[in-house]
Write a protein that binds this ligand. Structure first.
Ligand SMILES: Cc1ncc(COP(=O)(O)O)c(C=O)c1O
Length: 476
């Protein structure tokens, strides 16, 4: 493995001492956590013991963990101190009201229910609105979202724009909903079988790509025209707002929180995995505009999560979440976060590694089909590449491809999505740019020896749904 110091440049010609200062992280480190840098032979043994499933590795066996940006962020001193003042009353705690105030302020939704994480929000909400035979159109539903829809014998219909699967397209809003595809679904299904349109912003499944405000408005207009609710899966709403600010005409001078409030103003409800843009280690919520829907969901929340004023969270968790919602919508934080992801993507590209562009908000996605063109889809090229990257440098990414796509619930045949990718998700406020250099160099080393990776992996056993979490694999 090699580490060229491309970052060191001698500045010899600063005219009149005037230069544009670069951005820098708006925080400094107060506490550190040791990480173990293993060697290759250790990793070869560990990955075999883990059945070539990266979810089975122990965290100490990973040097740089880019498995997910979910719940892996570093909380601030303010969040930790708000934890100390958490109110653990079963009902009516002040922490609940702190959170309510923050959600009202940032989203504009008047009702909310806390849940322990995003999928719990989906479970509660879909228990009210999704029934057998329904269809739920959206833009590449996240796997747990799709899982909760399919578990209820309903169908998730993907209406994402075609540019999302064109890896070379520079479309700045590849996460958008194709409104022609969406209207076709709305026209060709009985409206009482469409409980909602589900818009995910940013769109994780197609590479953390943003949805434009214009698109959100168009989708909202269609939702109103057909009398269908619009729900936003908001796990990364703040990163989406950053992209709207920096890429969409008319938003350059607007504040991130104003942009977020405008996004939500077009929707009827939102589900939130707070483990992403609210920078907490656990937490979620559902927020609603309709009082009646809120009341219906309350019953399920009490059954599955907990009483209305804590719903699966402790008071201290709710306090940290309330603080995190403000920190996660701060422009200078978002700039440093998204530009760190961009830095990693740019380094990779510099080494010739095929990556999805534009780079996503939370992750760099490697195109496994172009990286390992000789591997057949049945041998799971993206999972094979993720395993190789782990063996090479102790870097843990995740497969977003055929394994994650599961089998078709009716035919039980493997689904092979157009995008077969390895996602390297960057935790918030955790790793330095030096860690990013290391990740890029490790990937480049695998890329150099790609011709020698001539076989992939096969499934030995799998769960009937969401198999990638627990699948047992062997060498093909
Ligand atoms: C877009 C999106 N929606 C929903 C979820 C589910 O959230 P959680 O992991 O908190 O259950 C995730 C998690 O990664 C996600 O990325």
């Amino acid at each position: 493995m090699y580490f060229p110091r491309k970052d060191v440049k001698i500045i010899s010609n600063i005219k009149n001492h005037v230069m544009k200062l670069p951005f820098a992280e708006p925080y400094k480190t107060k506490m550190v956590e040791k990480i173990y840098r293993s060697n290759r032979s250790e990793r070869e043994i560990w990955i075999k013991e883990a059945s070539f499933n990266l979810f089975n590795l122990r965290s100490e066996q990973v040097f740089i963990d880019l498995l997910t940006d979910s719940g892996t962020g570093a909380m601030s001193d303010n969040q930790w101190s708000s934890i100390m003042s958490g109110d653990e009353s079963y009902a009516g705690s002040s922490s609940y009201y702190n959170l309510k105030e923050a959600i009202d302020d940032i989203t504009g939704f008047p009702y909310f229910l806390p849940t322990h994480q995003g999928r719990a929000a989906e479970n509660v909400l879909f228990s009210v609105i999704v029934k057998e035979g329904d269809v739920v159109p959206g833009n590449a539903h996240f796997d747990t979202t799709k899982g909760h829809i399919e578990y209820r014998k309903a169908t998730a219909i993907d209406c994402t724009v075609d540019s999302a699967t064109d890896l070379l397209s520079g479309d700045p809003f590849k996460g958008n909903v194709d409104t022609v595809k969406l209207e076709k679904v709305l026209k060709s299904n009985p409206l009482d079988s469409i409980p909602c349109i589900l818009l995910t912003a940013t769109n994780n499944t197609v590479g953390g790509q943003p949805v434009s405000m214009e698109n959100i408005k168009e989708v909202s207009d269609l939702a109103k025209k057909y009398g269908v609710r619009l729900i936003i899966d908001s796990a990364r709403f703040a990163e989406n707002a950053y992209f709207i600010k920096t890429r969409e005409k008319g938003y350059k001078d607007k504040d991130i929180r104003d942009i977020a409030r405008e996004m939500f103003s077009y929707a009827d409800a939102m589900t939130m995995s707070s483990k992403k843009d609210a920078i907490v280690n656990i937490g979620g919520f559902i927020a609603f505009r309709e009082e009646e829907l809120f009341h219906k969901a309350t019953t399920y929340n009490i059954m599955y999560e907990g009483f209305i004023t804590y719903g699966g969270l402790s008071g201290r968790d709710m306090n940290a979440l309330a603080t995190g919602l403000y920190e996660g919508t701060d422009f200078s934080y978002l700039e440093s976060r998204i530009r760190q992801v961009e830095y990693l993507g740019t380094m990779m590209k510099g080494y010739g590694v095929p990556v999805l562009e534009p780079f996503g908000g939370h992750a760099v996605f490697i195109d496994a089909k172009r990286f390992l063109p000789g591997l057949p889809p049945e041998e799971f090229p993206a999972q094979t590449l993720a395993v190789e990257l782990y063996i090479e440098g102790g870097v843990r990414g995740v497969e977003i491809g055929a394994l994650m796509a599961d089998r078709d619930p009716v035919t039980r045949k493997n689904r092979y999505p157009v995008l077969e990718m390895v996602r390297l998700a960057v935790p918030r406020r955790v790793y330095s740019d030096k860690h990013m250099d290391y990740v890029a160099a490790a990937t480049a080393s695998v890329y150099e020896r790609r011709d020698r990776i001539d076989s992939g992996l096969r499934i030995i056993s799998e769960a009937p749904i969401m198999r990638h979490f627990t699948v047992v694999l062997g060498r093909a």
